[in-house]
Design a protein around this ligand. Structure first.
Ligand code: KG4
Ligand code: ZN
Length: 334
């Protein structure tokens, strides 16, 4: 096994078709084609549209990623691909492509858990990052504060019992009449609003997150205003929701690091692209003397650099897949 292998990562779990190359922890290229604009017409991801878009884009994404990386196909040492969690049809496109590519090049295939990819992309953000550290993972499907004990050992310290934080952003966006994808649009609207509306915290008994109650409270607030004939200050709702949704995530992350005496914190997943989250986490970490490693925003939302990064972790652990690898809609973190 090589010390700094060249790894091709392929991601197609939702509406982004992405291919990336890394050499060791150095990012060489990251190409993303998104069907989000197409999906926005329907107010969310339509699985069939996603699968078709992946089929049309995967070949070009890989070609461009190789060209931009300035490597030849023969220099690729392994192919890492998302096999779950995600939309089955969408996953199968990237997976089939990766299998045939690895087979043709006679290089190992690596099965990547998408969620672990969100976590491992921080290894590209800081080449000196090593476990132990605490990570805040907040995406459209997952919300958890995790103690990363080694490259392959994790303890989930706090997670959601119902909706994920990103899902709550998407649902609140709909309530406020904002288009898909919801998260960035709620953030934009929140900029001009006051976060003064009282909403229930998603942190329940200090040990679990629950976002469905917060979403329902936003719905009720909006309905009540409508019934009373009051003009709804949508920007105030967006700002209040954003603050209520995010601060407990930030606090729980920092508190966990302090309680366990862990000196480093990272974050990942689409919600980690949120500026309020990034700024709050940065200021809490600074106050408490914790080192914060935040991947750039474009590496928080879905991308293949994160799949290649987790591919490197699995490569170093000697975990390789074979041609029987299948796609899985749901897989746990561990
Ligand atoms: O990690 P990701 O790209 O896909 C999943 O693996 O789920 O996360 C997508 C989620 C969506 O729910 C989206 O609304 C949310 O991340 N998101 C944001 C922001 N950007 C993306 N939420 C809040 N603020 C943002 N700026
Ligand atoms: Zn994701």
């Amino acid at each position: 096994m090589k010390e700094n292998p060249v790894i091709l990562g392929i991601e197609s779990s939702c509406d982004e078709t992405s291919a990336a190359l890394i050499r060791g922890r150095q990012l060489l290229s990251n190409v993303i084609f998104s069907s989000a604009t197409e999906q926005a017409k329907y107010g969310g991801v339509v699985p069939e549209i996603a699968s078709r878009a992946h089929t049309e884009a995967v070949d070009e994404a890989v070609k461009q990623a190789i060209a931009e990386a300035g490597v030849t196909v023969n220099q690729i040492d392994a192919v890492a691909v998302t096999y779950g969690a995600g939309l089955l049809g969408a996953l199968l496109v990237g997976l089939s492509f990766a299998k045939s590519f690895a087979y043709a090049l006679k290089v190992p295939l690596i099965a990547v858990n998408h969620i672990r990819g969100h976590l491992s992309v921080s290894y590209l953000a800081d080449e000196n990052l090593k476990p132990p550290y605490i990570t805040l993972l907040a995406s459209g499907g997952h919300t958890a504060v995790i103690h990363v004990k080694s490259y392959t050992e994790f303890e989930v310290l706090c997670s959601t019992t119902d909706d994920a934080a990103g899902e709550a952003f998407d649902k609140v966006a709909r309530i406020l009449g904002l288009p898909y994808p919801g998260g960035p649009n709620v953030q934009r609207l929140a900029q001009s609003g006051k976060a003064e509306i009282k909403l229930p915290s998603p942190l329940v008994r200090g040990t679990q997150f629950s976002y469905s109650g917060l979403k329902t409270a936003v719905i009720n607030y909006c309905h009540n205003a409508e019934q009373k004939g009051e003009t709804l200050k949508r920007e105030d709702v967006a700002a209040s929701f954003q603050k209520t949704a995010i601060l407990p995530l930030v606090n729980k992350t920092v508190e966990s690091a302090l309680a366990l005496g862990v000196k480093t914190v990272t974050a990942g997943g689409g919600v980690a692209a949120n500026d309020f989250l990034r700024n709050s986490l940065a200021s809490e970490c600074e106050k408490t003397g914790i080192k914060l490693i935040l991947p750039e925003k474009k590496f928080c939302t879905d991308n293949a650099a994160m799949i290649a990064a987790e591919g490197l972790v699995q490569y170093n652990a000697g975990n390789f897949a074979d041609m029987s690898l299948n796609a899985c809609a749901q897989i746990p973190l561990k």
